[in-house]
Design a protein around this ligand. Structure first.
Ligand code: 2HA
Ligand code: ZN
Length: 270
């Protein structure tokens, strides 16, 4: 077996989580990340025949039975993941129609997957149904986006259009827009199912008064989506109380999407 601490998927995950903390997105134990892995990526680093523990998931996901995931632990502080990844991360394989998680590595202090595991796994399922390349679901608490959910309406078309107008980059990065869930209790199957439903039409799902979920084909894509949306929210908060003299028009936005080949969310431009 090779040393899992040198596995590209582990190194990249730890680096990304550390960067999320540095961005101020993940205070204390805020945030969680899951990465879907193929068996070929993991089998040189862990004995896939040796299940250390089985943990009930509390939901079903038969489509993902037998699939491998690297997942942050419940209670993990993103600030600390880099120092003890074997405690704050776990490598899991779903079994029994998704009702059981088989632990193959990690959670060494006896812990388990994030409280938002349902939102993660069900969102993976949703994203894969529309994009077979999707590998990452990422949740965090970026202050600007959260602040925006207090002062901007939560209609997702309007919320997206405001973000798109805040800088040219937004239409390039997320032409599919941002979906929005009204405040719901976190850590439940209900918010997991609602998030997964929203993930069918966009890679970003805002949780009002809480944070955001991003999805992507790799860690950089999911991170970059959240980074760009939060920057746009920051610009919004800087100008929302000032008289606006000019802005990006729908025509400008259409021009950007056309030039960069983005598929704009149907009906979200006038
Ligand atoms: O894991 O972010 O939503 C802590 C959270 C819960
Ligand atoms: Zn959260």
């Amino acid at each position: 077996m090779k040393d899992i601490m040198t596995a590209p998927f582990l190194v990249k995950t730890v680096r990304t989580i550390t960067e999320m903390y540095r961005h101020g997105w993940d205070e204390r134990n805020g945030g969680n990340v899951s990465l879907l892995l193929d068996e070929v990526e993991v089998k040189d680093y862990v004995d896939i025949t040796k299940v250390l523990r089985t943990i009930p998931t509390g939901f079903e996901a038969p489509e993902l039975d037998g699939r491998y995931f690297l997942v942050t632990s419940t209670g993990s502080y993103f600030r600390n993941v880099q120092y003890e990844p074997e405690k704050d991360l776990g490598l899991l394989r779903l079994a029994d129609g998704g009702r059981t998680a088989e632990l193959l590595w990690g959670y060494e202090d006896g812990g388990k997957f994030t409280s938002e595991f349902a939102a993660h796994i069900l969102s993976h399922k949703s994203r894969l149904s529309v994009d077979p390349q999707n590998r990452v679901i990422m949740h965090s608490h970026p202050a600007n986006l959260i602040a925006m959910t207090y002062v901007h309406g939560l209609d997702e078309r309007e919320f997206t259009r405001t973000l798109w107008r805040m800088e040219t980059e937004c239409m390039i990065v997320f032409p599919d827009g941002v979906n929005v869930l009204p405040w719901m209790l976190c850590g439940t199957n209900e918010i997991g199912e609602a998030t997964a439903e929203k993930m069918k039409t966009a890679r970003l799902v805002v949780w009002a008064q809480h944070g955001i979920y991003g999805a992507g084909s790799d860690l950089d894509e999911a991170f970059g989506l959240i980074e760009t949306a939060d920057k746009a929210a920051e610009i919004y908060l800087k100008i929302a109380h000032l008289p606006v003299k000019q802005t990006l028009t729908d025509e400008d936005l259409r021009l950007i999407a056309g030039h960069f080949g983005g598929k704009v969310r149907e009906g979200w431009l006038d």
